[in-house]
Design a protein around this ligand. Structure first.
Ligand code: HEM
Length: 410
């Protein structure tokens, strides 16, 4: 029986890992009709393509391809910018990335530690309530009450967006994240793009305001960023700020939700982590590996790329499956499908990509996830599922949408 990658199949959003394992075993370099591209599921192949200096991310590098042609047509029709660093090859990519790097480097992120800890603590207080002394039991939806609203509010604060506008970004980033999927209906696509344009317009006005009146925030730092006399143009700047929102909000929510669910489903690991919180930074790496948000990235071959099973030709589109790679037993051993918070090499996961486009926000993402999971595990005990969980119906950005739990506080 030929095997087909089918992200629309029943059960895929709940767990895509069975399909990944079947593909990896039977057809690891898989030609997908649905995606009009190649799906890779082995760690070695995904890692190799991500680090290949000759692959492109620019849609215009693709040969005739219905998915990409429609994307280019939508961009041109809507006058939308392709200036984001995510869709640029070198040398443009390197220039944009250098200009954006400073506010997200390890030292700059370390300076955000106190603000992040304070906001996490306030958000958890408001989610679980602080009234009354003594032990209490309670029930929350971790996503709706804590993991969804907090990263966007924090991101707005760090970027210098007025607090009262932060709820708007919840709707905007959700629809833009959904647009990463290659097979939406045109109605869904148009509705999402209208929201994208709204967000773009808002951020464009805000960039202008920061230029006139800079503040002590990341957006003002980007407005001022200059290297070798070069600055970001206004269009570039707006495109990068939009990218920061799209890339920086939903995946952090998803990491916390997916990560906590993975721990609840592995109670021995949850107890171990609660008994020894010093394991948390390493545990976050393992949670990224085990069920991280990003399932696929996209690349375009510019020369033939040979695998034992097939050759990908120039102009063809590739979907390196980072989620699949992170469960490949050839890389992780026979227990690849379980959580092991002290897995020695968990840091080699591919959740943050690899090569020149590796995640610019990896330090910030880990800081936030450690602070949020740390606070939940410190303040809540006897955490248990309190009903059905629900998953977002998406292929690229995997996230648990509803995560009801019961708990005790002491
Ligand atoms: C758990 C959270 C996150 C995950 C799993 C994640 C994952 C990724 C991945 C896989 C890529 C590579 C995309 C590609 O190769 O095509 C990427 C790129 C990127 N990420 Fe993240 N990300 C996270 C959080 C963040 C945050 C908080 C920010 C905000 C600063 C951010 C900003 C970016 C940017 C700007 C890029 C583009 C880098 C480039 O093209 O050079 N990400 N991210």
């Amino acid at each position: 029986m030929p095997i087909a990658f089918d992200p629309l199949a029943p059960g895929f959003v709940e767990s895509p890992y069975e399909q990944y394992a079947a593909l990896r075993a039977a057809d690891p370099v898989h030609r997908s009709e649905l995606l009009s591209g190649w799906v890779l599921t082995r760690y070695a192949d995904v890692d190799r393509v991500l680090r290949d200096g000759d692959v492109s991310v620019e849609p215009t590098s693709a040969a005739a391809n219905p998915v990409i042609d429609a994307e280019i047509e939508r961009m041109e029709r809507g006058g939308r910018s392709a200036a984001t660093l995510v869709l640029r090859d070198d040398p443009d990519h390197a220039r944009l990335r250098r200009l954006m790097q400073a506010p997200f480097g390890p030292r700059a992120v370390d300076r955000m530690r106190e603000t992040v800890a304070a906001r996490v603590s306030e958000a958890l207080d408001s989610a679980i309530g602080t009234a009354g002394a003594g032990a209490r039991t309670g029930r929350i939806d971790v996503v709706a009450d804590f993991a969804y609203p907090l990263p966007v509010a924090l991101f707005c604060e760090l970027l210098g967006v007025p607090a009262e506008d932060s709820p708007k970004f919840r709707t905007w980033t959700r629809s833009v994240a959904q647009n990463l999927d290659p097979f939406l209906t045109s109605e869904e696509r148009e509705a999402n793009l209208a929201l994208y344009d709204e967000m773009n317009g808002y951020l464009s006005d805000l960039v202008e305001a920061k230029r006139e009146q800079p503040g002590d925030d990341v957006m003002s730092a980007l407005v001022a960023a200059e290297e070798d006399g070069q600055r970001l143009t206004r269009e570039e700047l707006v495109a990068q700020v939009v990218t920061l929102y799209v890339a920086g909000h939903e995946p952090v929510t998803a990491l916390v939700g997916n990560g906590l669910l993975a721990l609840v489903r592995h109670p021995d690991q949850l107890s171990r982590l609660q008994a020894d919180p010093s394991l948390l930074p390493h545990a976050v790496l393992e949670l990224l590996r085990y069920d991280g948000p990003n399932q696929f990235v996209r690349r375009i071959a510019t020369r033939p790329i040979e695998f034992d099973e097939a050759t990908i030709e120039p102009g063809q589109v590739i979907y390196p499956g980072v989620g699949a790679a992170n469960r490949d037993p050839a890389r992780w051993g026979d227990d690849a499908e379980s959580v092991r918070i002290d897995r020695p090499d968990a840091g080699s996961h591919l959740q943050f990509g690899a090569g020149i486009h590796n995640c610019l926000g990896a330090h910030l993402a880990r800081l936030q996830a450690e602070a949020m999971l740390g606070a939940l595990l410190r303040r809540l005990t006897d955490i248990d599922l309190a009903g059905d969980v629900a998953w977002s119906p998406r292929m690229v950005l995997r996230s648990v949408d509803r995560l009801p739990i019961t708990y005790r506080t002491t």
